[in-house]
Design a protein around this ligand. Structure first.
Ligand code: I3P
Length: 113
């Protein structure tokens, strides 16, 4: 998927706002983004931009109805106030990701995936 870091925290826009192509993996209570599947498989700590995993506890995920430039965009809002936009390839893929992420958030991170 493509990902854009939209908000760094409450009322604070992210500084790097470019879209990155990322390979997304959910590990327990967190979501990790990698450059590609190879990096994800070889070394789970080799996340894109050397970033930390995103903590899904208390996070929320929903369709980004306010983002009109592209279709099938959803927003992940972290408990920290950070926000990311993701572009799915089509509507079913978008709904699947929203459901999987929300079920991980509400289970406190025990969803296997
Ligand atoms: C950003 C890039 C993004 C754009 C963002 C720009 O510039 O063009 O595609 O978001 O606009 O800041 P850069 O690559 O130089 O960081 P959109 O595609 O959503 O417009 P924004 O700052 O208005 O979010």
């Amino acid at each position: 998927m493509c990902r854009k870091h939209d908000m760094e925290g409450p009322m604070q826009k992210a500084t790097n706002r470019s879209w990155d192509k990322v390979y997304v993996v959910i590990h327990g209570p967190s979501l990790s983004c990698y450059k590609d599947q190879k990096h994800a498989k070889q070394d789970p700590s080799s996340r894109i931009h050397h970033e930390a995993a995103l903590d899904l506890s208390g996070a929320e995920c929903e369709r980004a109805t306010d983002y009109k430039k592209m279709p099938n965009v959803f927003r992940l809002r972290l408990a920290s106030g950070g926000e990311y936009l993701f572009i799915a390839k089509d509507q079913p893929e978008m709904e699947l990701w929203i459901n999987v992420i929300n079920s991980t958030c509400s289970k406190g991170g025990t969803a296997p995936m």
